[in-house]
Design a protein around this ligand. Structure first.
Ligand code: ACO
Length: 443
């Protein structure tokens, strides 16, 4: 930032209004020129705007970061108005059509799609790190029979840090790479163990002959058979869901990973923070809430009453609305196509009929169109998970599996970014000051 004078000096006397924001502080009459880069001004530039030398300087106030960019990133691009999502420049639609989740995970972590040789090494490495230490299994056995699997997942991901203390060396290339491999490889194992625990079934170990999605389905559903043979259509639908959930720039859980990671804690602990954030019903928990909502509605006849409840703010239409998308979430569009394919294998779902009708009526209703509320990724994903035989408690857990590659990619970007420091916002203090302590007997 420059005051008008110094900026004029920099420009050889010719003040240019271009790419600068002119600000006049009416408290002092002083003018300032704030540089605009990439459509942003730097919040720290406002600190120079003071009434006198003792003044702290102006701050920006932005609860919930509704208009604050916290980082530069090269991982995911979103155009919320146009409904566009790209990973490392590749449109999500192209990746869903031609790629697979593990390849996309590589793309997110390394920035490029793998060559054939890199792909072979990556797939081999992920496949051979899917096992967890037996003590992790014992730790899981300690949970109550009805423990929410997301609670189990977040504890065990955090616990991984104690098994790999070398990961504390967060700037070491090999440690970074191994943490990325281990987290992506072990997440399905932890998720499946949590599921089997709830059912009181023996945990199924990973099968190195199977692909990423097939292996996960095997760890969930294998019983006495020699090999679990997943229907390829179901495995593919799950893989597409994994691609769609892999990253979504600075969403709440990624922000949690980055915020906690900024303390230079190990990546397992940072990712555990992401799992916690994802657990919330306004974030990853929304798909679980969508199914509960469809259950509550019960029949298409009850949709008008339900929508009245939403408009009267007694209810929220779960799976609708997004902080960034003010258009149809492109991920929802792709998932919707796969719902039919999955139901072809597993049989019809009465909830799908309610979901489709509810979407149609909401999109015809001014309340939703005025607010640009469209289905988000969670609106239809729960229907696929349910068709695959997952209990609702597992939905968020399944979301966490692919989001791990996004969290790790974002964590890597964070630790390699010289501009980043410990994330520590400011506050506006609204409370009492300098009160005199009153003893208990006198209160
Ligand atoms: N149902 C009814 N009204 C809604 C909904 C909804 N699902 N979402 C937003 N609105 C209304 C708000 O009440 C508000 O109305 P107002 O201006 O009259 O007060 C307006 O739309 C703007 O909404 P905000 O809450 O300001 O939007 P914000 O960006 O803060 O919230 C969020 C986004 C949390 C996703 C919200 O849309 C929501 O709660 N949706 C339901 C939960 C959900 O599906 N979450 C999954 C998101 S995707 C993901 O995390 C993977």
């Amino acid at each position: 930032m420059a005051t008008q004078d110094t900026q004029q000096e920099r420009d050889g006397g010719a003040a240019t209004a271009e790419n600068f924001l002119s600000v006049t502080d009416n408290r002092t009459g002083k003018s300032y020129e704030l540089e605009i880069t990439d459509g942003t001004v730097r919040a720290m530039d406002f600190r120079e705007i003071k009434v006198d030398d003792d003044d702290f300087g102006l701050m920006t106030y932005d609860p919930a970061f509704k208009n604050t960019a916290s980082t530069r990133s090269r991982i995911a691009y979103i155009d919320g108005d146009a409904g566009v999502l790209e990973y490392r420049g590749y449109p999500i639609e192209e990746l869903c059509e031609h790629s697979n989740y593990l390849e996309v995970a590589y793309l997110l972590i390394y920035g490029e799609l793998p060559t054939e040789e890199q792909w072979g090494a990556w797939e081999h490495e992920i496949t051979h790190h899917t096992y967890v230490h037996e003590n992790i299994k014992k730790l899981m056995e300690g949970f109550r029979y009805d423990a929410h699997p997301m609670g189990m997942l977040l504890s065990t991901v955090g616990a991984l840090s104690t098994f790999y203390p070398g990961a504390n060396n967060i700037t070491d290339d090999d440690e970074q790479r191994m943490a990325a491999v281990r987290l992506i490889a072990k997440m399905p194992t932890l998720a499946a163990f949590a599921y089997r625990h709830n059912l009181g079934l023996p945990y199924v170990y990973p099968d190195n002959d199977l692909g990423y999605a097939e292996n996960f389905l095997s760890m969930l559903f294998k019983m006495a058979e020699w090999k679990y043979d997943a229907d390829p259509r179901l495995a593919r639908a799950l893989d597409v869901l994994f691609i769609l959930h892999a990253d979504h720039e600075q969403n709440a859980s990624t922000n949690a990973v980055r915020g906690v990671g900024s303390t230079q804690v190990d990546p397992y602990s940072a990712v555990a923070a992401g799992v916690s954030a994802l657990y919330g019903p306004l974030h990853g928990g929304a798909n679980e809430q969508v199914l509960r909502m469809l259950d509550r509605i019960g029949s298409t006849d009850n949709i008008p009453d339900f929508l009245e409840g939403v408009k009267n703010r007694e209810e929220r239409l779960m799976g609708f609305g997004h902080r960034v998308y003010k258009n149809y979430d492109p991920r929802a569009r792709i998932i919707k196509r796969h719902v039919d394919e999955v139901l072809e294998v597993t049989g019809k779902s009465p909830k799908l009929e309610i979901a489709v009708e509810l979407e149609k009526r909401a999109l015809d209703d001014e309340f939703f169109t005025e607010r640009k509320l469209y289905p988000n990724v969670d609106y239809y994903s729960g229907l696929i998970y349910e068709a695959l035989g997952m209990p609702t408690e597992m939905f968020t857990v399944i979301f966490a599996i692919p989001r791990t590659s996004g969290w790790v990619a974002q964590w890597l970007e964070l630790v390699q970014d010289d501009e980043q420091a410990i994330a520590r916002p400011r506050q506006i203090y609204d409370g009492e000051r300098e009160r005199e302590y009153v003893g208990l007997e006198e209160r």
